[in-house]
Design a protein around this ligand. Structure first.
Ligand code: NAD
Ligand code: DAU
Length: 329
């Protein structure tokens, strides 16, 4: 099994999950170790996975690795919306050209390909709507990040239809859990507070996200690999919707901080209001259920992980906050 982006947040957790629950796979990680990739994430798997440091846009390297893989799970991407607003070029390159490069190798050599995508390709929902995204929702991405992921999804669909490659796509909601980069919402607040700073809320904090534990995402990906129908798309999400202010208040409570220990900072341009996935298809077809059905407990465990693993996130924090300072957020 070739796992692209296996030194990142979800890909790293996927590698650990695979070694624990699917020992039948020999795993090779392909990762360029961008600012978001971290070899330390794979330290617990040292000796059990092969690591290829390299770029998914490197056609020769990708060809060689895909040629000897039965299964390719594609996580590698530029993943942070704020960075995409500030500098879209690496998003177009890694997310679109990188996916294209992998698809061409799969077209030549075969193999079962799974493309890990996001619910952000569908744009956003109104705060007062009860409607959710489904597999049939038209694409309407808002940011350079989500547009580049949408482009990649379209390439995968075209390669299935025109060349008959054996691919599936999943579009998951927001993930949380261990090994998430400190630029992302929950780890940023937790580590700010651990260092004596304040939580930072974009705009009025009413934007809603559907928080899904990274292990539940990865269980779903494995189910799609083993039982999903080739050519199909599956939405993934816990169903647990909360606005950002509620998340910050819960983080503060769980960390024993006063409820007002946060500040409002300027909003993200084009900030998507709400994401919510209708997961009927993956639940009924594949029997997927999130194991983390208590967000409070999952969040408390995640905060505990950051408390215990400052060695992992400490070296990343200063640079991440410098980037936010430059953006005024
Ligand atoms: P991440 O930023 O933590 O990790 C991305 C990894 O990809 C890093 O290890 C990085 O080094 C690697 N990478 C980036 N560009 C590369 C390139 N050109 N060649 C090789 N490796 C490269 O991201 P994440 O949060 O783990 O997201 C993983 C995937 O899941 C992405 O495709 C993302 O779009 C998708 N996704 C994320 C979420 C979420 O909440 N984080 C939700 C749904 C879907
Ligand atoms: O929905 C899936 C997507 O979730 C993935 O495709 C992306 O890769 C992933 O980064 C995530 O995107 P978001 O933009 O939703 O996540 P982020 O962690 O950047 O922000 C979550 C929400 O919190 C969003 O409404 C912006 C807000 N926010 C973020 C930061 C960093 C704040 O209020 N304060 C902050 O400091």
């Amino acid at each position: 099994m070739l796992v692209t982006g296996g030194a990142g947040f979800i890909g790293g957790n996927f590698v650990h999950h695979t070694l624990r629950h699917h020992p039948e796979y020999e795993v090779c990680v392909l990762d360029a170790l961008t600012y978001a990739g971290n070899r330390a994430t794979l330290r617990p798997a040292a000796g059990s996975v092969e690591f290829a440091e390299g770029d998914i846009c490197d056609a020769e390297l990708v060809d060689r690795l895909v040629a000897r893989s039965d299964v390719i799970v594609h996580f590698a991407a530029e993943s942070h919306v704020d960075n995409s607003l500030n500098g879209p070029e690496p998003f177009v390159r890694s997310n679109i050209i990188g996916t294209y490069t992998l698809l061409e190798a799969v077209r030549r050599h075969g193999g079962r390909f799974h493309h890990v995508s996001t619910d952000e390709v569908f744009g956003d929902l109104a705060l007062d709507a009860t409607r959710k995204f489904t597999e049939e929702t038209p694409y309407r991405p808002s940011s350079p990040y989500s547009a580049s992921k949408a482009g990649a999804d379209h390439l995968v669909r075209a390669w299935v239809r025109s060349y008959g490659i054996a691919a599936t796509i999943s579009n998951c909601a927001n993930n949380y859990g261990p090994y998430q980069h400190v630029e992302k919402f929950i780890p940023r607040q937790v580590t700010n507070l651990m260092l004596g700073g304040r939580a930072k809320l974009y705009g009025d904090g009413r934007n809603v996200r559907e928080w899904t534990h990274v292990d539940d995402h990865n269980t779903a990906v494995h189910l799609i690999l083993s039982h999903g129908r080739v050519g199909e798309t599956y939405l993934i999400g816990s169903g647990d919707e909360r606005n950002n202010k509620q998340i910050v208040e819960l983080v503060l409570e769980l960390m024993g901080q006063p409820p007002g220990a946060y500040e409002h900072v300027p909003d993200r341009p084009g900030h998507d209001l709400r994401y919510a996935n209708d997961t009927t298809k993956i639940r009924t077809e594949l029997g997927w259920r999130p194991a983390y059905d208590d967000f409070r407990a999952g969040l408390a465990a995640t905060i505990g992980w950051y408390r215990d693993n400052e060695w992992w996130w400490g070296p990343l924090k200063e640079t991440a906050e410098e980037r936010y300072l430059a953006l005024g957020r």
